[in-house]
Design a protein around this ligand. Structure first.
Ligand SMILES: CC(C)(COP(=O)(O)OP(=O)(O)OC[C@H]1O[C@@H](n2cnc3c(N)ncnc32)[C@H](O)[C@@H]1OP(=O)(O)O)[C@@H](O)C(=O)NCCC(=O)NCCS
Length: 186
């Protein structure tokens, strides 16, 4: 539970356990990504939401922020971090990311990994993340930057086995059954 307050009201984070909670996360994301940042619906809701953990930040009853956490073999991946515009400037994003870290720790996961837009790299660095691969001087600007953070600050990250090109590969598009396109099902 966080101790952050906004105008004297505590900011509380909760795991979405009921459909209603997930809908609150989706509402926050719709406002921020689709409404504010012009992300197409199909990109925002990409078929991975029902296999993910959603964390919602509340002030009183109001959902003010959300993040989605996906689980991979060797890392947990926070995505879709968003705080409703009028509630920004209070570090609510940071509280949501800290909840992701604690959630990963409780599952025995050692590494957090995310894919950031170049314009947001500064934000992730402020939150204690670093680039998976150090920036090369004079290299072409990247479309997406892979970033990592140790779940336990006292335990250095394990060797990262997958090269960046593998970690950043495009994920399969899902068909209506939820299987990657082209998968033969029985
Ligand atoms: C990213 C986001 C969740 C942060 O919201 P927030 O918790 O209210 O963040 P704050 O405004 O309190 O900023 C926290 C710190 O990060 C800094 N920061 C915020 N956005 C930043 C960015 N894009 N690049 C670098 N620094 C940034 C702030 O200056 C502040 O620094 P300070 O503590 O030294 O003053 C929010 O801006 C958002 O919802 N954006 C739209 C959705 C989005 O782009 N998500 C992508 C995830 S990064």
């Amino acid at each position: 539970m966080s101790r952050l307050t906004v105008d004297g009201e505590p900011v509380v984070t909760k795991l979405a356990m009921r459909m209603e909670d997930s809908l609150q996360a989706f509402a926050v994301r719709s406002a921020c990504f689709i409404g504010e940042l012009d992300v197409p619906f199909s990109e925002e809701f990409d078929g991975h939401d029902f296999g993910a953990t959603h964390i919602v930040a509340y002030i009183g009853e109001e959902p003010v922020g959300a993040v989605r956490l996906r689980w991979f073999q060797s890392f947990a991946m926070p995505e879709r971090l968003a705080v409703i515009q009028r509630f920004r400037g209070h570090n609510i994003g940071s509280v949501l990311l800290e909840r992701c870290r604690l959630q990963a720790m409780s599952r025995g996961c050692n590494m957090l990994y995310c894919q950031a837009l170049p314009r947001d790299v500064g934000y992730w660095e402020k939150q204690g993340w670093r680039r998976l691969v150090p920036e090369e001087e004079g290299a072409q600007p990247k479309r997406i930057v892979a970033m990592v953070k140790a779940v336990d600050p006292n335990k250095p990250l394990p060797e990262i086995e997958a090269p960046e090109a593998v970690v950043l590969r495009r994920e399969a598009q899902l068909d209506s059954t939820g299987m990657p396109h082209g998968t033969v099902s029985n």
